[in-house]
Design a binder for this molecule. Sequence first.
Ligand code: ZN
Ligand code: ZN
Length: 203
Amino acid sequence: MAKCPICNERSPSRLCPALGKRICSICCGEHRRKSIACPSSCEFLLTAERKLWDRRGQELSKEWEKLLVYLREKGKGHLVPMLQVLRESLAQGIHKLDVTDEDVIAALDYCVQQLSPIELLERPPNILGRALEETLVPLVQSGKLDRELTREALETLAGFVEYFSEEGDGKRFVHGLLGLYPPPKERPSPIIRPEGSGIIRPR
Ligand SMILES: [Zn+2]
Ligand SMILES: [Zn+2]
């Protein structure tokens, strides 16, 4: 009986496209994306990723519900629709950009600054921040979005991401969003657009 070449113990049940050899499912799980450079098309990688996103998505939903209850109790229910819009905008950005929870928080904080009444010259911390800014600032300037409401919602969301991310792996929120808003089937490799226009579009 052939044995898995990694553990030399279990029977090799799956063909690893990175190694070009059959390995066992446990070694696949342990070494996936660590000591094995999995191609992004590996079906075992994709399945595991999806499972993680779904789990994080459920966790995110639960905490999000608690946030909404809390806000309504505090008389801040008016923030809820804007938070929903921001969440969807972030999800669209995350489909195209490989970011961490920290990047998301930095992007939100940056937009809070950009919407402050005092003009601050600051460079965007990352492309997600710039994309979010390019979406929100014109809407505020044209009066379609209320400046204070948008700022407050951004601040609230940044605080939520920070809280949710705490006991995570640095991508708990990002993975949760991917679970709730699955990317389109053809998953493009992370795109960095020089002018970053139109990647985020709240309705
Ligand atoms: Zn093995
Ligand atoms: Zn693999």
